[in-house]
Ligand binder design. Sequence first.
Ligand code: SF4
Ligand code: SF4
Length: 342
Amino acid sequence: MNRPFITREHLKVLIKVLKSSCDEFIAPRREHLTDIVFGDAKTGGGELPDYDGNSVISPRAFLLPQTEPLFEIKSARRSELAPIEDKRTRVFYGVRPCDIKALVLMREFFIEREFADEPYKTKMGRSTFIALACSKRCSAKAFCDEMGAGPVAKSGFDLQMRAVSRGYIIDIGSEKGEKIVGENKRLFKRASPQDEKEAKAVLKDFTKEPEKIDYKKLAKTMANDSVEPSVWDDIGQRCVICSGCVTLCPTCGCFSVVDRISGDRGERLRYCDGCPYAGFTRMAGGSAPFPLHKDHIRRFFEHKLNHDVDRYGTPSCVGCARCIETCPGNISIRKLIREAVK
Ligand code: SF4
Ligand code: SF4
């Protein structure tokens, strides 16, 4: 049977229904004339049903914010703590496939481990993800297709929309997605063979078979320390430690915690941390196993292209190119991959 289909008019109605079903409707909107950013459209409005390109910051920012309170310290003296729970339900609308894949990878790190990260797990459990497949490459530097993350998401979404001229073909990715379609039957019909044909045709920007990267070979090259030392020297010289890469990367999940105490009371916060910082792996007593700056930024690449292949069997880069676009040193993970496996 053909997949569900929704017209642009009915999509507006569905958005209203979804907005009323959650505490926050996290959707794309425009800022500074052209930039796409995600925000809560229940309070801010201005959501875009569709858009070109990708957001400056990924929706990760709502699941792992830069700073997040974890506990209230009711009494430091008596070690009395009360967890701060984020109970809001969220619908993430219009998320690009690369960012959906990033959330699948983040799930491995935060949820599918021996000890799940409860704040992250709770937020994910209360969230619904509506993906928006790409019909154009979002930037000349993006390489989602080479990383198996785009232009269409394979999993990790509840619903996925694929634009065609009459509206959107819908992929159902979960029971939650099935329920949304089931409860709003009047808004959906079935995609026609012509819609399906068009959905294939709009992927023409991506039809050229992407150059396959041998991730295992790449990880091995890194693990054996066989990348030309001059490559790390160049990267180390060009990195100005602005932290743009780790701040914008949708798969960066490293954090640290700090207690803010005033008198006997306070709170424990977690904040995003990152490989480029000199203090990231500084140990108790002050010793630094990686004293050189080129080693700090090297960690960013080693983590994504070597350690995560070892741990999860796949690199944790989705080819969104945010780190490349933002880097003042013009450092490119895509070029590094090519240099490392040439
Ligand atoms: S964006 Fe570039 S300059 Fe900034 S920390 Fe990352 S690698 Fe260094
Ligand atoms: S490493 Fe760069 S290209 Fe890869 S997912 Fe992170 S920001 Fe995107």
